[in-house]
Design a protein around this ligand. Structure first.
Ligand code: TYD
Ligand code: MG
Length: 451
């Protein structure tokens, strides 16, 4: 047996940058106090490459077998994966603590046909059992293992030969090959790499749950995203029941898909028609509320945009934005002041996307400006009106992609009129029974809705 060669180095726990010398601040990502000592056991590398030796195969002789996907029975989950689980794939499911990752995976694997090993480094089997009862899952195929040692997990898989493995969470796992603490970049990456080898060698799909830090990265390593096949993010606002599962990387499918769920007393429920859900509690005849049509992935979503404009009582006007980019909303406020002649200078302006959704699409601009104008003038916009379009700095309304998809959804939900960019209107093949009002500028748009 060769002696383990130990190499000492320092690694940034935020971005994975490595250096031979300790520093107070990571020169790569600029974070303070994130460099910690890691030791690399070089033996391990040799261990990883041993095993069956691969031979080069001509491309035309290879058979790509993506038809063998396994479906979970949770349609939204399968769709985000690209049509089911690919055997031997490693899927990282990231999200804020408490958002529902453990719930989602327990529900998803409970419906699988084969045996499943659910490893929890965070909760006891009793706790998971309680959750399963709440979810009305009494599966004899799911076995629970409360374990933090990856080596012990591997031993368990040897005896059981599961059809799928869940690691909840990757931050609680450690491998003996590595000296640093569980959750450090080195441990997380090494454990993930080992699970990757396990998945590939045995053709078993592996799900890794990963907590997201407040900066939004999967704790420790961005490097993890490069190792795994698929990265899904489970997002939502904890104060709201809606959750969105989003693929941000997928070697076996599109990254455009999203799945929409609702957290209920009995676990996550699929939401087949999200637009209806997001509009279900919309107030009628109230100023400052406009429905926009956003596209999330390949899916149109009708969402209510709300604005509240009120006189500033003292000092500097307050501007608060929830669910949209703050800078973008400020820009829209400036356009309204300068080019539509609205007096917003001494006003507090609050804007909100209802349902805890986060929208990054400029297509919602038009609904935001109409909502702000509607609140300022205290005049409601008809409930059957929908608006989308990007607002430019000279007050022009710019065309947005997939106008037909947005209109079809609106028509399905029962909208009657759509305020849309001229550029998009001229390219429509179908109006879906809606009255289309093409607008070229912010002023025209406000006029069209009587503001
Ligand atoms: P959990 O799956 O433990 O989140 P994560 O693994 O991402 O940390 O879910 C946590 C929250 O979900 C918790 O606050 C309780 C809530 N919840 C429900 O509302 N209904 C349910 O049926 C379950 C199981 C959880
Ligand atoms: Mg959990």
């Amino acid at each position: 047996m060769t002696m383990a060669k130990q190499k000492k180095f320092y690694q940034c726990q935020a971005c994975g940058y490595t250096t031979a010398k300790w520093m107070g601040r990571c020169p790569d990502c600029g974070e303070w106090n994130t460099l910690s000592e890691e030791r690399k056991d070089t033996r391990k590398r040799e261990g990883l490459v041993s095993g069956a030796k691969a031979e080069p195969v001509p491309l035309n002789e290879l058979e790509a077998d993506t038809s063998v996907r396994v479906t979970t029975g949770i349609g939204e989950f399968d769709r985000v994966l690209g049509g089911g689980i690919v055997p031997g794939s490693v899927v990282l499911v990231g999200g804020d603590p408490g958002i529902g990752k453990s719930t989602l995976l327990l529900q998803a694997v409970a419906l699988l046909a084969g045996k499943v090993l659910y490893v929890s480094g965070e909760e006891s089997p009793e706790q998971i059992k309680l959750r399963a009862e709440r979810l009305a899952i009494s599966s004899e195929t799911v076995s629970l293992l409360a374990e933090n040692s990856l080596e012990h997990v591997m031993q368990a898989t040897d005896g059981m030969e599961p059809g799928a493995v869940v690691i909840d969470s990757i931050q609680t796992m450690y491998t003996e090959d590595f000296e640093s603490a569980p959750g450090s970049v080195g441990q997380v990456r090494e454990c993930a790499a080992k699970m990757m080898f396990y998945a590939k060698r045995n053709g078993v799909p592996v799900f890794l749950i990963g907590h997201v830090t407040k900066e939004g990265a999967i704790a420790g390593p961005r490097v993890l995203e490069h190792i795994v096949d698929t990265v899904l993010y489970f997002e939502g606002d904890r104060g709201h029941p809606y959750r969105i599962l989003r693929a941000v990387k997928n070697r076996f499918g599109s990254t455009n898909e999203i799945g929409v769920f609702e957290m209920s007393d009995a676990g996550l429920k699929e939401v087949a028609n999200p637009s209806e859900l997001f509009l279900s509690e919309r107030p009628q005849g109230v100023a400052g509320s406009v429905v926009a049509s956003a596209i999330e992935g390949t899916r149109p979503l009708l969402v209510e945009i709300q604005a509240l404009v009120s006189q500033t009582t003292f000092g500097v006007p307050r501007r608060t934005t929830i669910g949209m980019d703050f800078q973008r909303v400020n820009l829209l406020v400036a356009v309204l002041e300068k080019l539509a002649g609205l007096h917003l200078g001494g006003m507090d302006i609050f804007t909100n996307v209802v349902g805890g959704l986060k929208l990054a699409e400029p297509a919602v601009d038009l609904a935001v400006v109409i909502a702000i104008a509607s609140s300022l003038k205290e005049l409601p916009v008809g409930p059957e009106v929908l608006a989308f379009g990007e607002v430019g700095l000279s007050g022009e309304i710019r065309a947005v992609s997939q106008a037909e998809l947005r209109l079809r959804e609106a028509s399905k939900i029962g909208f009657k009129r759509a305020i849309i960019p001229k550029g998009s209107a001229s390219r429509l093949n179908d109006k879906f029974g809606l009255e289309i009002i093409p607008v070229g500028s912010v002023s025209e748009a406000l006029e069209a809705v009587g503001l």
